[in-house]
Design a protein around this ligand. Structure first.
Ligand SMILES: [Zn+2]
Length: 595
């Protein structure tokens, strides 16, 4: 576009908005600062829920305190269309993909990203789960191309996401790439931009995205929880570092200011917990990691939209200059859309804080599902059906991931048994340990629609329980190192465990822990096949690659030697479900907890 035609367009925009103002404001208002409206519509933690999520994942407390069914792509689309106007920019706060149902996961989440494109999404922060298949796979999702191992999906070559993924605190560990291209954006400030980058590091992702609306630029800064390396498999992100969110946001904010963008919104994949049962419009968030960032980032940042904790809240916090700043989150799985209306001052190009109004809308299923998206979801459902509906085993009753007082769950135990069985031969495993957070759903006797009530477990149901495609691995630990791993289950130790995470043991491994004993001497009486474990004994321990890499703050796993890699965790689980049919829930009697 030539500068003259740009000028004409800009003038046309000014005349149009001026006309609206003159028609609606009293005569003496012509001296008032003129503003233009912007509406943000935000989603977070969609996790590939193209089909309406089931169980508690598909329910939500609404503004009236009623628990209602919520979520599903076709319902999200209907609500988005109803809420959108010509001033709308659709945004998201990460975990759109990763830990997804089979309908999305079987195609490396391309269906979910395509759905986001169809919704008109413009910018998304990366979440930790965007890194589940590694940085290179995230770049493929962003940029296009077929999967290097599985090839193209049935929809053909992947074209890449149409929206921008941003992550200002994701940097390369060691990379001296030229920063000239970014610096050039700064025009006369390019030297300063270069200085900022050399002080800081080289971004592995675009740190910001600038979207124009009604003649003003709005800058979106992406942030992802700096704890990502402890909750994502290490190999895929080995070249990356995840730095302090506040520092990164402030550098990005400075960059935006240098290029003249003062309307600034943080899209952040970090958040807080809420008081249960509260309205999604309540600020019931208990201040934590999300609140720290929302209150501490630069006063130039006007709004902080969050994610990660799967909670819904609308808060007003104080920024460091003492001004109100909206801090919100919209639940998860497409159950809530956050609407933020704001006015941007045309002269200062900044958001007028007093104009910011936010509202969380529950994605109810009492509306007509969007026909185009319904068809789109059905197409993928048909494609995956032969895999998903295949019966893989039978159960006698619900086998749940609900923890007994010891922290063990029947399903966690069953998975640990499957992992030991799958690693005994090649890896010489003697015991298996499974992280409880990786048991993503329960197996229910009556869920499978095609086999209602008969205890049949389908591949699709098994996949919902074990969706990560982790590899099974085996390492050698000494008895003392194994004890350290178990001590690391509890808070209070040097490994910074945020809350107690009891590993699920295979049936041949038993031990006792004391709740009241000091950290480091909680665990006792370890036995394998009834034989006491000694400190110096070598033990082949099976676990998924996430745990073996020190995931969930189990650092002692990294002391393991003689690493062996075996089958996928889902394959081990499916194999187990095919044995001893029908399978009864295992008794949760492997760990003895005493006060
Ligand atoms: Zn997350």
């Amino acid at each position: 576009m030539t500068s003259r035609s740009f000028l004409r367009l800009a003038l046309a925009g000014a005349v149009a908005s001026g006309a609206v103002l003159l028609a609606t404001l009293p005569a003496d208002a012509s001296k008032a600062p003129r503003t233009v409206p912007v509406r943000l519509l935000a989603l977070n933690d969609f996790h590939g829920n193209l089909e309406p999520p089931t169980g508690s994942s598909g329910r939500m407390v609404d503004e009236n305190g009623q628990t209602v069914d919520a979520g599903g792509a076709a319902y999200v689309a209907t609500h988005m269309k109803a809420l959108a106007n010509k001033n709308t920019i659709a945004v998201a706060q990460g975990d759109l993909i990763g830990a997804t149902p089979l309908i999305s996961a079987a195609y490396h989440d391309e269906p979910s990203v395509e759905f986001m494109d169809k919704l008109g999404l413009k910018v998304a922060a990366v979440g930790n789960h965007e890194f589940d298949e590694g940085y290179a796979e995230l770049r493929r999702i962003m940029d296009g191309g077929c999967h290097p191992v599985d090839g193209c999906s049935p929809a053909g070559p992947w074209k890449g996401a149409k929206f921008d993924y941003v992550g200002a605190n994701v940097l390369f560990k060691n990379r001296n790439e030229k920063t000239d291209a970014l610096a050039a954006l700064g025009g006369s400030n390019s030297a300063q931009v270069k200085q900022v980058l050399s002080d800081w590091g080289v971004p592995a992702l675009p740190p910001v995205s600038i979207k124009w609306m009604n003649g003003v630029p709005v800058g979106f800064i992406g942030l992802v929880t700096q704890t990502t390396p402890s909750i994502v498999t290490g190999e895929g992100i080995k070249d990356l570092k995840f730095v302090d969110e506040v520092k990164a946001a402030n550098v990005a904010s400075k960059l935006l200011k240098l290029v003249g963008v003062k309307a600034q919104v943080v899209l952040m994949h970090e958040g807080d917990q809420v008081n249960a049962g509260q309205s999604p419009d309540a600020c019931s968030a208990v201040p934590g990691a999300g609140n720290r960032i929302a209150t501490q980032v630069d006063p130039e940042i006007d709004i902080v939209l969050s994610g990660h904790s799967h909670q819904a809240y609308l808060c007003k916090v104080k920024d460091p200059a003492g001004n109100d700043r909206v801090y919100s989150q919209g639940g998860s799985f497409g159950r809530v859309i956050t609407q933020v209306d704001l006015n941007v001052n045309l002269k200062t190009r900044d958001i007028e804080r007093s104009s910011v109004v936010a509202d969380n809308h529950v994605v109810t299923r009492t509306v007509t599902p969007d026909p185009e998206i319904s068809t789109f979801v059905q197409t993928w459902k048909d494609r995956v059906a032969p895999v998903a509906n295949k019966a893989v085993g039978k159960i006698t009753a619900d086998i749940t991931n609900t923890a007994a007082p010891s922290g063990e769950s029947a399903l966690g135990d069953l998975i640990a048994d499957s992992q030991l069985a799958a690693t005994k031969t090649g890896g010489n495993a003697q015991i298996a340990l499974m992280n409880p957070g990786g048991v993503r759903a329960s197996l229910t006797y009556a869920t499978s629609p095609a086999n209602e009530g008969d205890g049949v477990v389908t591949y699709g149901e098994a996949f919902t329980v074990q969706p990560f495609n982790n590899l099974m691995q085996v390492v050698t630990l000494t008895g003392a190192q194994l004890k350290t791993v178990l001590e690391q289950q509890f808070t209070g130790g040097p490994n910074n465990q945020a809350f107690t995470k009891i590993l699920q043991p295979s049936s041949n491994f038993t031990y006792t822990y004391s709740r009241s004993a000091a950290w480091g001497s909680k665990v006792s009486n370890m036995k394998i096949d009834g034989v006491p474990v000694t400190d110096t004994q070598s033990i082949r321990v099976a676990a998924n690659n996430f745990l073996v890499g020190g995931g969930d703050a189990f650092a002692a796993f990294k002391d393991g030697t003689d690493l062996w890699s075996g089958p996928l965790d889902i394959d081990a689980f499916v194999e187990q479900l095919g044995k001893d049919n029908p399978i009864a829930p295992p008794a949760t009697n492997r760990i003895t907890a005493v006060d």
